[in-house]
Design a protein around this ligand. Structure first.
Ligand code: ZN
Length: 173
């Protein structure tokens, strides 16, 4: 992680213009225009809760390069069961980290990059699983799957938002 102290301290004061929550993260600049804007202290940010992307001017603050993988969400480490089901396959695994954009899980099953699957994230014993209607397998290595969430059923994304928000609050204190 290359993120600097300046970056983390400043980000705590920034709020998302869309949902007013304060969990925003500086993200990689896209395109020449944003790269030029960096010279004028304008940087792109992304809300970790609602996904809103915005630019923000901060006089005198220059950011270090963000992490090289260009992920726009922080992924938080954890461990809870997940089941997955695709056209011709199904199985179960254990979630290793999660964000609003996707998750990684380990599984004994066999998967192929590009596979589309429905996920049931069993993060709580009290409430039912959070259902991701469609996720696509982006990475598959050493029995660890990296999936991106691409389609939600009504209300399920909001349930995950509450969960992720709770994690972010817990991590901060
Ligand atoms: Zn937001």
């Amino acid at each position: 992680m290359q993120s600097s102290l300046v970056e983390s301290q400043t980000m705590l004061q920034l709020k998302c213009p869309n949902c007013s929550r304060e969990f925003v993260r500086r993200v990689a600049r896209v395109g020449l225009r944003e790269r030029l804007a960096g010279w004028f202290y304008i940087y792109p940010f992304k809300c970790q809760i609602c996904g809103f992307r915005f630019r923000f001017l901060q006089w005198g603050v220059r950011y270090m390069r963000v992490e090289e993988d260009h992920r726009e969400y922080d992924r938080m480490a954890m461990n809870f069961p997940v089941t997955f089901r695709g056209d011709q396959f199904e199985g179960e695994g254990s979630v290793l980290n999660i964000s609003m954009g996707g998750c990684s899980f380990s599984t004994a099953g066999q998967l192929k990059v590009g596979a589309i699957m429905r996920l049931e994230l069993k993060m709580s014993n009290e409430a039912g699983p959070v259902v991701v209607e469609a996720a696509v397998l982006r990475h598959w290595h050493n029995q660890i799957a990296g999936v991106e969430f691409i389609q939600w059923r009504q209300g399920e994304r909001e349930r995950l938002q509450l969960f992720v928000r709770g994690l972010l609050i817990g991590r901060r204190s």
